[in-house]
Design a protein around this ligand. Structure first.
Ligand code: FRU
Length: 440
């Protein structure tokens, strides 16, 4: 039956059928989180790009709704974002009924243009604007790769901002009415799916910074005056692996104030009628570290409802820790929190049937392929929060300073199960959780 297939993620969103990629148009409105996404409803492969649609009250339990935006004679529906036009600047709203406005890319064989559609019924049905497209950068830059408009209201300037991937980076456009856009500035060095948002710096005495973001989770920290982003840092990254094209919710109430992101999990669902998945929603924060201000991400507190503790231990030898995890090796889902201390190991970590869930190379400061800078470089301690679902693994290191994701690919010829490996490592603490399903 639905959502019961052998490799169906049990606590991550996936579609009943077909292909998905980027999250699109993520917005909170009147008690619902909306997740639109790049979707091929007909096949397991990338084709016929449409905007699929799902809603949730808690970002955890999702209900898949009919496709929101279908391809039309102008082309297919590529990635974009949504806003609520409270002041009815566009004129698409009705009294007491602000329009939900989607800005998206139309892909056609010779160009990519930016277009608009609006909804007056909470995203259920959409009307495409008759004067589309709004922006055709081919004329201006002779560039076909111009896509993924990310729009938000800039309060201080009382105007809309669009960040658009075009040419060799992200451009910024502004508008008073969501229809007419003026080019303002450009930052080189990003590719696809821009995001731009302001966050307080934790421990920074009320200081705030803007983050400019690209599809591969690279970001720059800087300032933004409504028209120009001025970088104050180099390019950093904090997340790697299967994650791509993550987006954050717009319109989260100020009383909540979180910046919440969902990333596309590029995880092939082998022999299933659906393909890929969304990763867990995470809260993004800016923190002061010894290396400067950095982005951190941890699963949102709403995910806690999915887990019940099944055991907790301290100060274990690796073999003892392996024993505690033995009965979970074939579990459909499990969460493991572990803090390990290295001794004179050069590499150490945790594997499951030979797959390295943690792979820390201390000599080169590399962790599962990412450069890793320990918060306390002399402690030789590393903490990991590991979320295993039927076909995926997500790992959050040192309170979200680093994260990565991968396909769960147990090699069952390898009979090892969970195994803490490395020379003389100690498991300072270990906690294991059972997981619940989000599906009815
Ligand atoms: C990123 C991306 C976007 C584009 C979409 C098409 O994964 O290539 O740039 O809008 O996917 O599906």
């Amino acid at each position: 039956s639905l959502y019961r297939e052998q490799r169906r993620p049990q606590y991550h969103f996936s579609t009943r059928r077909g292909w998905i990629n980027d999250p699109n148009g993520m917005i909170y409105y009147e008690g619902e989180y909306h997740l639109f996404y790049q979707h091929n409803p007909f096949e397991r492969e990338w084709e016929n790009m449409s905007w699929g649609h799902a809603v949730s009250k808690d970002m955890i339990h999702w209900e898949e709704l009919p496709v929101a935006l279908h391809p039309d004679e102008s082309g297919t529906m590529f990635s974009g974002s949504t806003v609520i036009d409270y002041a009815n600047t566009s004129g698409f709203g009705k009294p007491d009924k602000p329009a939900m406005v989607a800005l998206y890319t139309v892909d056609s064989p010779d160009r990519q243009v930016q277009s608009l559609a609006y909804s007056l019924d909470k995203g259920r049905t959409w009307t495409k604007y008759k004067n589309n497209p709004l922006i055709d950068s081919k004329e201006k830059w002779n560039s076909k790769d111009t896509r993924d408009p990310r729009v938000f209201w800039y309060g201080p300037g009382k105007h809309w901002v669009m960040v658009l991937n075009e040419r060799d980076g992200h451009s910024i456009y502004t508008s008073g009415n969501l229809k007419d856009w003026q080019y303002q500035s450009h930052v080189t060095g990003f590719w696809e799916c821009p995001d731009l948002f302001e966050l307080p710096v934790q421990g920074g005495n009320g200081q705030k910074k803007w983050v400019l973001y690209g599809a591969s989770n690279t970001y720059m920290i800087g300032s933004f005056d409504g028209k120009t982003f001025t970088p104050e840092s180099g390019k950093h990254y904090f997340s790697a692996g299967s994650i791509y094209a993550a987006q954050t919710f717009t319109n989260i109430p100020e009383s909540d104030g979180r910046r919440i992101q969902i990333g596309w999990g590029r995880i092939t669902q082998r022999n299933m009628p659906f393909n890929n998945m969304m990763l867990l929603p995470t809260e993004l924060t800016l923190r002061k570290t010894k290396d400067g201000i950095r982005l951190f991400s941890v699963p949102v507190k709403e995910t806690e409802q999915l887990f019940t503790s099944a055991g907790k231990w301290e100060n274990l030898a690796a073999a003892q820790a392996d024993k505690h995890l033995e009965s979970f090796r074939d579990a459909s889902g499990v969460r493991i929190k572990a803090k390990i201390k290295l001794s004179h190991a050069t590499d150490a970590g945790l594997s499951l049937y030979g797959q390295r869930l943690i792979n820390y190379d201390m000599n080169y400061n590399v962790l599962n392929g990412m450069f890793y800078s320990p918060q306390d470089p002399t402690s030789m301690e590393l903490s990991a929060d590991i979320y295993i679902d039927r076909s995926s693994v997500e790992v959050f290191i040192d309170g979200g300073a680093y994260s990565y994701s991968m396909e769960r690919r147990a090699d069952h010829n390898n009979r090892e199960g969970f195994r803490f490996w490395g020379n003389n490592i100690t498991v300072l603490s270990l906690e294991v959780f059972n997981t619940k399903s989000i599906w009815p």
